[in-house]
Design a protein around this ligand. Structure first.
Ligand code: SF4
Length: 481
């Protein structure tokens, strides 16, 4: 049993399984903000090794209902960051030591112990963590001579886990969650995902997608499970197969290549990216040098550059804007990537305009409505939040810009693919957390983030919507019957 630490109470190892013992009474009555149960367990899953940590998501037992343990993801992530091998899943509390054969009958259970399910009853709705370290793997008897060495290994892991339990405990408390609106999928991303789903439904798996359809790990994994195969280039696509171009667009070379291979192509390029391509062709046709403001190596920039490779010069930042030259300063134009930071981009355009008074720009902003709206929404939230969590993948340009916008507003902001990437230490002393999602991140990740915060104490959720979006794009004709 770990020592008592106000205002948190840690208990584990060798306690009684029977309710109404002094220990249960103590847990119920003590004024602790949260309860962490820690101790040893026996492995059931074959992947569990002595010294591995198990964070319970649900506790089952024979004599009563199962107990949910929400928020294990945050705890597990923190343990992994400290170098521990962690498993997350259901545990079973038994009233006696189970034989290896009996453990093997426990379907879907990771590990067994003899107390957690009963002890956690006493948490009585407070934030709860259940962390057990495997002392004997599946199939190992207690009389096995290796058990002593395994025990030492397990106790070592248990001691290391205590630092993490401290971090978890310090993150407990009531919080306000400010949800930025609009957030999550834009019309271009919705359309791109619909295209792959419809292609799978109409043509059957596999469907090949050049590059990530949108820059989000969860979206890609989900479509992969349904039969999409993501490739970097078209030479990985078999002859005659269906190939989808991603929402970020492709250069004319890629289209030509697909045409030469007689691939069944479906184009999921966002219409707002196609608009930038059309502007590039127009300005090039007028004989202008085009300053393309964007990030080197981004697929959208590659696609746009491919429309007029001899006319386009990339401008990545203020430094480039101050130095770039054009053969004829009176015949220049600028275009931008659709997912840039609005404020930074206008500063770059101002510098270009000061240097090239004849500079022409696009008819309407290239930075798309979805990018601009999400940045404005996160700005409002970040103003009142200590920390802002942005759901999105590291490859997502618009999600990364949301982090930067929130930081410029004075908040600490973090880009996370999901709740497993949230560090509980970020939340220490933070009473208000802003949450948003990039245009390629699913709304369900926002729900999961809020759920993880709610597992650390009561949350009051407030939506802060700056504007409503009703943009929709038509599907390509190849998919409309
Ligand atoms: S972020 Fe903008 S340009 Fe990109 S897919 Fe969405 S709507 Fe289209």
């Amino acid at each position: 049993m770990f020592p008592l630490r106000n205002p948190f109470f840690y208990v584990g190892g060798g306690t009684s399984r029977f309710p109404h013992t002094p220990l249960h009474t103590l847990i119920r009555t003590i004024e602790a903000a949260g309860v962490a149960v820690a101790g040893l367990c026996g492995g059931v899953g074959p992947e569990l090794r002595p010294g591995d940590v198990v964070c319970a998501t649900v506790l089952r037992r024979e004599d009563g209902p199962s107990v949910e343990v929400p928020g294990s993801a945050l705890l597990a992530a923190a343990l992994r960051r400290h170098g521990l091998r962690v498993h997350v899943g259901p545990m079973f509390s038994a009233e006696r030591v189970l034989t290896p054969a009996e453990r093997a009958t426990l379907d879907g259970v990771l590990a067994v112990d003899m107390e957690s399910a009963w002890l956690t009853d006493a948490a009585a709705g407070r934030p709860l963590a259940v962390l057990r370290v495997v002392v004997d793997g599946a199939g190992r008897r207690l009389a096995d001579p290796r058990i002593a060495a395994d025990g030492v290994r397990a106790l070592h892991s248990l001691r290391r886990s205590r630092i993490v339990l401290d971090e978890w405990a310090r993150a407990i408390g009531p919080r306000k969650v400010l949800l930025a609106g609009p957030r999550s999928f834009c019309a271009g991303v919705e359309r791109a995902i619909d295209i792959v789903e419809l292609a799978l439904a109409q043509r059957g798996a596999p469907i090949y997608v050049r590059k990530q359809i949108v820059h989000n790990r969860h979206v890609v994994a989900d479509l992969e499970r349904r039969g999409a195969i993501f490739v970097e280039e078209l030479d990985e696509v078999p002859d005659g197969a269906t190939a989808v171009f991603s929402a970020h667009g492709v250069s004319p070379d890629v289209r030509r290549n697909a045409g030469n291979r007689a691939l069944d192509v479906i184009d999921a390029t966002c219409p707002l990216v196609s608009k930038v391509h059309a502007e590039a062709r127009r300005f090039a046709h007028e004989g202008r040098t085009i300053f393309l403001i964007g990030h080197d190596g981004h697929e959208e920039v590659e696609g746009t550059t491919g429309e007029a490779p001899d006319s386009i010069r990339l401008v990545q930042d203020m430094n480039d804007a101050e130095r770039i030259e054009a053969p004829d300063p009176d015949r220049v134009a600028y275009l931008t990537q659709t997912t840039l930071a609005v404020d930074e981009t206008s500063e770059i355009v101002e510098v270009l305009r000061a240097r090239f008074p004849a500079l022409r720009g696009p008819g309407s902003d290239d930075i798309c409505y979805a990018t601009a709206n999400r940045q404005e929404a996160v700005r409002k939230v970040a103003h009142d939040a200590g920390v802002v969590l942005v759901a999105g993948s590291a490859t997502s340009s618009n999600s990364k810009r949301l982090v930067e916008v929130a930081e410029r507003e004075g908040a600490r902001a973090y880009l996370v693919d999901d709740e497993t990437e949230v560090d509980v230490a970020w939340l220490h002393g933070v009473a208000t957390v802003g949450v948003t999602a990039g245009a390629s991140a699913p709304e369900r990740i926002v729900d999961r983030l809020v759920g993880a915060l709610a597992a650390l104490g009561p949350v009051e959720v407030e939506e802060r919507t700056t504007t409503h979006e009703d943009v929709q794009f038509k599907l390509p004709k190849e998919l409309v019957s």
